[in-house]
Design a protein around this ligand. Structure first.
Ligand code: EAX
Length: 328
């Protein structure tokens, strides 16, 4: 199924743009992500590699790593800070301890459509956040998407919070996600993405939540019979480079990496959105029991989660939330 999905991905665009001015030195750029080689994110990285190698005339060699080969999301970020890894693109959620503003992306049902997410991320708010995240040994270059998250589990179909009673759900390492699943009546456990497949397979947890593409590319459907199209959170990926590496680069190469990160983000989001519905259908065809929530059922989840919203609104600051709401 993954090979079939891959063949229907929008083709990687031709590289466009002049050769960047370098300094005669050669560089190696290792870029590592948590998701697998068959996902939309890796496909974006392949485009990034094409752009950077062509437009540096081979002076920057890009090496791609997937499936947390060089560490899970948080480990990869530390590796950037210590300078042992050049680039990564984690979900924003595990980074909230470092960048508290990112917590807005964890609020349930904040982004009604992907287009609203684009407007926020590619506009003033997103630019400001890239600046905020350009500290502590990191430089933030742009956005891509993990996407709308859906619940899967091994126990029963879930159409209402009651169906979640006591269900052991893995969450990202993020306090809002923990609150969301507690408030819904589940029994949440935070865990790194790298440990998740094994935890599901061994029944350490009953369920997890991720976008359809990530569910399929990580083969979670092989150990999860039930899914709910809940769309409860939209998760961005943030593209980060090590400040140690960045500061060694001539300006022409810095601009090239910025450009390439933006082009990757646009293309990766196109891939992600093209595949989203297609993969949901493939999962259904392969026998996964998928519950599509009615608007009324979604409203019940939203009402149940309103205390989470209220509590975090105060902690995050209402202004940022209102700014995002004003876009939609
Ligand atoms: O890199 O942890 C997760 O569930 C995310 O989807 C992960 O950050 C992907």
């Amino acid at each position: 199924a993954t090979a079939q999905a891959a063949s229907e991905m929008p083709p990687i665009p031709e590289v466009d743009g002049p050769v960047a001015e370098g300094d005669g030195n050669d560089y190696t750029l290792k870029f590592s992500i948590g998701t697998t080689q068959s996902g939309a994110q890796y496909r974006g990285l392949e485009y990034f590699e094409d752009i950077v190698e062509a437009r540096s005339d081979g002076h920057i060699q890009v090496e791609l790593f997937h499936s947390a080969q060089l560490g899970d999301d948080l480990q990869a970020v530390s590796a950037l800070q210590s300078g042992t890894l050049e680039m990564t693109s984690p979900s924003t959620s595990p980074l909230v301890n470092m960048f508290p503003e990112f917590a807005v992306f964890d609020l349930p049902f904040l982004f009604p459509t992907p287009e609203v997410a684009d407007e926020v991320l590619d506009g003033e708010i997103g630019d400001r956040m890239l600046e905020t995240a350009s500290t502590n040994g990191l430089k933030a270059l742009g956005w891509a998407e993990n996407g709308y998250r859906q619940l899967t589990n091994s126990q029963n179909a879930v159409a209402s919070p009651e169906d979640l009673d006591g269900l052991k759900v893995r969450t990202m390492q993020n306090p809002i996600h923990l609150d969301i699943w507690k408030t819904l009546g589940a029994n949440p456990t935070p865990m790194s993405f790298a440990e998740l497949f094994t935890a599901l397979e061994q029944g350490v947890v009953d369920g997890q939540e991720n976008p359809w593409i990530t569910i399929q590319s990580s083969k979670f459907n092989e150990v999860q019979d039930y899914a709910t199209e809940s769309n409860h959170v939209y998760t961005p990926f943030i593209t980060l480079v090590s400040e140690r590496f960045w500061s060694r680069l001539p300006e022409g190469y810095q601009d090239l990496l910025s450009d390439a990160a933006k082009q990757m983000g646009d293309y990766q989001r196109e891939v992600s959105r093209t595949l989203n519905d297609q993969i949901k259908q493939e999962l259904m065809d392969e026998g996964m029991n998928i519950t599509e929530l009615t608007p009324e059922q979604v409203a019940t989840f939203q009402e149940t989660l309103s205390p989470v919203y209220d509590e975090w609104r105060e902690k995050i600051g209402g202004e940022l939330i209102d700014d995002i709401r004003a876009v939609s």
